[in-house]
Design a protein around this ligand. Structure first.
Ligand code: ADP
Ligand code: MG
Length: 494
């Protein structure tokens, strides 16, 4: 269905070029108040074992009941990934023993997942885009957590997370560099956040990646892969993949071969190490869960969910480009977070002339506002300058009441003191001077005082810039630059 992403970067080995092949399995915690098969809370940070029902603790005879909201969330996600929604899917038991898994099996979807093939568009350097194929998305339960640092001589189990719904999103092996893998994860996270189906909080472990990496000579068949489990930041995903590819190239160039295995990334050492080999791989003895009927969805439900999806980042980006003439890059910056895009849209809503000033608004939101927020380590939600105040500042520039330079001072005042930008401009005398008489007076004075510079500028018109600077300076930045330029040209005879 999808052409793999073009190789953007080959790795130079001692014996020639190598290409990485990467496929990712993302575990994304479903945004839902209750767990996948019980009514227990999914709230983060509760005291240990306070969000545990008899189902989550796997008491004998307890029966799972599917949480309809988790199913809807999975369907929404599938739709957001342009994927096939399977109207019939089944749950299977994946059997293994671990102290954080009281059931002795995880309920997952093995043969028939709820979502089939789809795709994600990723942004590459230089405004290029590429498509990464999605193999499937299935629903499964999360496990509990072992706590080792509570008691020096024993390990405790916290089952709060046990049974929380996860979506496992499996990509095709379509990525060819760590940058592409990172772009894929951040795009996927953006889409999930827009959809409201996963908060994408990697620090809390609500989104984590298993990275499958292999290397090959360009044009050769795929090599044997290793899987790096549970990488929990976009930076570490890049580091783990690069390290792993180098490690495999080293082995192959020394005449060795790659053993398929599961590895862990150690961010402190910056390296991956073996966790278990293929021989030690679990045989999970999957079988259909006899407690759960196949999950049947109606076409009508899928249509209803499709109709209620929000505008997604790719569509929003295309709309910003066509409606306001933004560059692909600026539009991508604005849509990267739903909150940023919504802020920009609120600024646009408040503008007097959206068509004229939409692009100006993007520059101001990205450069002045986001720049300042970044510097202060603040979030858009806590911005001291509201969208309405931004709209007014941009109106004032667009209509020529203030220059861009004065607008920066105005922004600073609004940021620190607040207030209505229009009133501030009046009260503090910040209006641009377009009164030709007043500007002419300043121009005449400067020309009279600098006969040597006049001669120079007449010999070399580029030197007129010096006069523009002087006039702007003596007007406190308030002279209209276009009027100044025109006047100077006439007066200097250029
Ligand atoms: P399994 O059934 O063993 O879990 P899958 O075929 O489901 O294997 O693949 C798991 C992940 O590994 C997918 O994301 C897939 O894209 C990726 N993958 C498969 N083969 C390779 C390979 N040769 N190199 C890198 N990634 C791969
Ligand atoms: Mg797999």
């Amino acid at each position: 269905m999808n052409a793999p992403v073009k190789p953007s970067k080959l790795i130079k080995g001692a014996t020639g070029d190598w290409e990485m092949v990467i496929g990712l399995e993302i575990h994304a915690q479903v945004t839902s108040k209750a767990k996948l098969f019980s009514g227990s809370s999914t709230a983060f940070g509760g005291a240990p074992n306070t969000h545990v029902s008899l189902v989550d603790a796997a008491m004998p005879g307890m029966l799972p009941v599917i949480n309809e909201e988790c199913v809807r969330q999975a369907v929404r996600t599938g739709l957001g990934l342009n994927a096939q929604i399977n109207l019939r899917s089944t749950f299977d038991r994946k059997n293994y023993f671990y102290p954080d898994l009281p059931q002795g099996y995880q309920i997952s979807q093995y043969k028939s997942p709820i979502v089939g093939e789809g795709e994600v568009t990723i942004e590459l350097d230089g405004g290029e885009t590429a498509t990464v194929g999605i193999e499937r998305l299935h629903l499964e339960q999360d496990a509990g957590k072992l706590v080792h640092d509570r008691n020096p001589s024993s390990t405790s189990v916290d089952l709060n997370r046990s049974g929380v719904a996860l979506m496992e999103i499996v990509s095709k092996p379509d990525m060819r560099s760590s940058e592409q893998a990172q772009a894929y994860v951040s795009k996927l996270r953006t889409i999930l956040r827009y959809l409201g189906t996963c908060d994408g909080d990697m620090e809390k472990g609500n989104l984590r990646a298993d990275c499958n990496v292999s290397v090959r000579r360009p044009g050769e068949p795929f090599g044997t892969r290793c899987e790096i489990k549970n990488v929990n930041s976009i930076r570490f995903i890049g580091q783990a993949i690069d390290y792993e590819a180098r490690r495999q190239i080293g082995i192959l160039e020394d005449g060795g071969s790659i053993e398929q295995e599961t590895r862990l990334y150690d961010p402190n050492k910056g390296e991956t190490r073996s966790m278990r080999s293929k021989e030690e791989a679990h045989d999970y003895r999957y079988f259909p869960d006899p407690d759960l009927l196949p999950l049947e969805l109606s076409e009508a439900l899928v249509e209803e969910l499709k109709a209620s999806l929000p505008e997604l980042p790719d569509d929003k980006k295309a709309r910003f480009v066509s409606a306001f003439g933004l560059s692909d890059y600026d539009a991508a910056v604005l849509v990267a977070e739903r909150e940023s895009a919504e802020f920009y849209e609120a600024v646009i809503d408040g503008l007097k002339d959206k068509a004229r000033d939409g692009k100006l608004a993007a520059n101001w939101v990205i450069n002045e506002l986001f720049g300042r927020l970044n510097k202060e380590g603040q979030d858009i939600a806590a911005s001291p300058v509201s969208a309405a105040q931004m709209s007014h500042i941009i109106d004032l520039i667009g209509e020529g009441t203030i220059s861009g330079k004065i607008a920066k001072d105005l922004f600073e005042i609004v940021w620190t003191e607040g207030g209505d930008p229009r009133v501030l401009v009046e009260e503090r005398g910040m209006k641009q001077v377009t009164d030709m008489g007043a500007i002419e007076k300043v121009v005449d004075d400067i020309i009279a005082a600098n006969p040597d510079k006049v001669a120079q500028a007449q010999a070399k018109p580029a030197l007129m810039g010096w006069f523009v600077g002087q006039v702007m300076k003596s007007s406190g930045g308030k002279a209209n630059p276009q009027a100044v330029n025109e006047l100077l040209k006439t007066k200097l005879g250029l």
